[in-house]
Write a protein that binds this ligand. Structure first.
Ligand SMILES: *Cc1c(COP(=O)(O)O)cnc(C)c1O
Length: 396
């Protein structure tokens, strides 16, 4: 037998973390890494944050799971807090980002069904989008690498170019349910929606009775310095998927919606065995306590500005390698002039700096939201040191 016990779907690197503390990870071999990947924008409070770990430990000892057969004081409380701080009137809790997007897709379809327009089932989505790995969410992207071999996929998606408002509007027809879009594409390469694009989609939804579904699984939950990225645009969605930072490492997600958009989601239409269980809710409450603390989001913005400044100042010294900086807050991308995966591997293996590669040869820099200036200085130092000695492969 040559297949590994862990299904070999990931090209895993040599770093084998066994412990974390704040912005640092420690490998099996004792190596220390500066973690500016944060489990891909998940570990919002870094590793081992005392408020989060205490909440999880206490809840685990009290009540971990019951079932959605029963009343949920824990779920009601967290949902109410999310409602109080967002556009939403109602929340469905999931166990992952993809499930949050699935719920968003179902909520959108069901809205038009409830309105007597079941033919309005198609969501317009965008190139280089990433919405997860379920059959529904891979159908919502046109990226071949995620779809190949998994056909037949789910019908009911049309694909436009990201940031091409006219192209998206041109796809609207009698079957259109709305738009599904990331305000800032993460996997796609920290591609940020232009103001004109996102506000234009909102306006089209209002004019045509369509739903704006935002996927804020990666860009939400404080990552940009706003609680949610759409606040940067002065618009609100009808439906929104959330995950990653919402649990700070505890696996869960949520689908938020307005009362109007959720009108089809009546008893019996959707469910999840684990979704919203007391343990997840305790993690969610703890994260929210910290993120909503006075000054927390302002500090994300301030640290984001500092990090961006540091990156921008570094570029001219290494302009054979670095092209530009993109993104907002602590969701930053460093665009390279050569293969980003190779450089991420080099910085990791030689300078103990963890980052994540993304589309368009962009290196994603996604530190925990609790970093301070010393971590930023260390990151810039490691990046500069790596850039000084790194030689891009000639065939890049
Ligand atoms: C990570 C991600 C998902 C999928 O989340 P999972 O928890 O891996 O299912 C969906 N949408 C976006 C924008 C993401 O970044």
């Amino acid at each position: 037998m040559t297949i590994t016990p862990l299904m070999p779907v990931y090209p895993r690197c040599g770093v084998r973390p066994v412990r974390g503390e704040g912005a640092y990870l420690y490998g099996e071999d004792g190596q220390q890494y500066l973690d500016f990947a944060s489990g891909i924008a998940v570990n919002a409070l870094g590793h081992g944050h005392p408020h989060l770990t205490k909440a999880i430990a206490e809840q685990a000892a009290t009540l971990m799971h019951v079932s959605n057969l029963y009343g949920s004081p824990q779920g009601e409380h967290l949902a109410q807090r999310l409602v109080d701080h967002t556009f939403a009137d109602t929340v469905f809790f999931t166990n992952s980002g993809a499930e949050a997007v699935e719920c968003a897709i179902k909520t959108a379809r069901r809205y038009h069904f409830a309105n007597g327009n079941p033919q309005r089932h198609t969501l317009i989505t965008f190139d280089t989008a990433f919405h997860g790995r379920t059959l529904g969410t891979i159908s919502a992207t046109n990226q071949a690498k995620m779809r190949d071999g998994f056909e037949p996929l789910l019908p009911g998606f049309a694909y436009a170019n990201f940031n091409d408002l006219a192209g998206a509007l041109a796809l609207i027809d009698d079957n259109t349910a709305g738009f599904l879009v990331e305000p800032i594409q993460g996997e796609g390469g920290i591609r940020q929606a232009s103001h004109e694009f996102l506000t234009g989609l909102r306006k089209a939804c209002d004019e045509h009775g369509l739903l704006l579904v935002l996927d804020e699984v990666q860009c939400g939950y404080g990552r940009t310095g706003k609680f949610f990225a759409h606040e940067l645009y002065g618009i609100t969605p009808d439906i929104m998927s959330v995950a990653k930072g919402i649990g700070g490492g505890f696996p869960f997600g949520a689908c938020l919606a307005t009362e109007e958009a959720a009108k089809g989601m009546v008893a019996g239409t959707h469910g999840s065995t684990y979704g919203g269980n007391p343990l997840a809710m305790a993690a969610g409450e703890a994260i929210l306590d910290v993120i909503l603390e006075e000054g927390f989001l302002e500090n994300v913005t301030a640290m984001g500005d500092r990090l961006r400044q540091g990156l921008e100042q570094m570029i001219p010294n290494h302009d054979h390698l670095f092209d530009s900086v993109r993104g907002t807050g602590l969701m930053l991308g460093l665009k390279l002039k050569s293969d980003s995966r190779a450089f991420v591997a080099f910085a990791r293996d030689n300078h103990n700096l963890l980052m994540v590669s993304a589309g368009e040869n962009v290196v994603r820099i996604l530190p925990p939201l609790v970093i301070d200036e010393s971590h930023i200085a260390e990151c810039i130092e490691k990046l500069s040191a790596a850039a000084r000695v790194y030689v891009p492969a000639s065939d890049d």
